[in-house]
Design a protein around this ligand. Sequence first.
Ligand code: UD1
Length: 415
Amino acid sequence: MIEGSNKLQGEVTISGAKNSALAILPATILAGSACTLKNLPAIKDGVYLRDMLIQMGAKIHISGTDRIEIDSTGIHTHKIDIEIAQKMRASYYFLGALLGRFKKAEVPFPGGCEIGVRPIDLHLKGLEALGAKIKISHGIIKAKADELIGAPIYLDVVSVGATINIMLAACMAKGITVIENAAKEPYIVDTANFLNALGANIKGAGTDVIKIKGVEALGGCEHSIIPDQMEAGTYMVAAAATKGDILIKNIIPTHLESVSAKLREMGVEVTEYEDSLRVRSVGKAKAVNIKTMPYPGFPTDMQQPMSVLLAVSEGTGIVTESIFESRFKYLDELKRMGANIKVEGRVAIIEGVHKLTGASVYATDLRAGAAMVVAGLAAEGKTLISNVNYIDRGYERLEEKLINLGAKVRRLEEE
Ligand code: UD1
């Protein structure tokens, strides 16, 4: 329950990146010994992955709030828990990690947010190119290889998941793997840094050509997960939508350049410091056009919160979603709050209104949930958001952080 129309003010500290954590947790399997992870975000998807690792024989020791030791020595199976795996997207990383360590893996088709078809054909093609034989039966992907051999792999579509999965499987393959048209997201660099700290030989992460020279074995390491650019971006947009003024700490400002640039274009003041950003509203934001693109373009994950800001901006903005086919479902919820929006295929035309009004809305997926929170904060009156468990999958202590910024937010335990 959010009581809106309060300007966000003060400081917020950003947690570790969800999408890095969700790749690095399964990647600890490859270490075959103990790894210490710092800045791990306390989010539900991370808990699911930890539960899966424990079930498989890993030993996990949590010390402090965001420090965890994972010892994967005792992992004794190449199969993962089907029920938990189907709750989330990132369970697909067990394919690359288990294949890399045991030369076999059994993983169900992943779940996750319903924002489009979300095939995993590129993951499977990449693993096949490394020598894996893949069979699919009853919704389970079974991958097996006598040995993995490095190969050139061209991705038809820029894919975060496929790039990381291939990197995982290729670390201990014989010879050299070259991924062309690789994704360049900061999560890919972070995962490559983690794997290199384990002893892998990966070069070029963060560019569109990644070269992986297979090594015999990997070991343990200590690694600190990068800050979450989407969590930071959400607070940036929330500050602008509530006409607030906040300092966002523990971030890497270059990861947020596309969001900062759009906000500045809208007339919002964004000041970058070494590891923080100040976002200050100086009057009503002006509408802009947005097209989602792979990194370093404008991120699809920020499309939803940003559309809320457009809904209360001056003028008309056009949003083009070019990554996922159906990432506009939440706009119907936003219309309940008085937004003026027309959707035509992958394009949304958003005409700014004077103000949104609180209503009862539904979080249709993770970032849509975040968008509803931004809308609730900006709206006049009370907004009741249901299905908030989606938001918990990717935002750590959301209501606590918002309350610290002066928002009136309350979790109603039983929905
Ligand atoms: C990851 C992120 C998600 C983010 C998305 C895009 C995780 C756990 N999730 O999702 O938060 O929104 O990147 O930045 O890190 N595609 C194919 N075949 C494939 C794989 C992907 O056609 O085998 C297509 C997808 O349908 C989509 C595009 O490629 O159109 C990009 O998807 P991808 O980058 O793979 O997204 P995810 O890894 O699912």
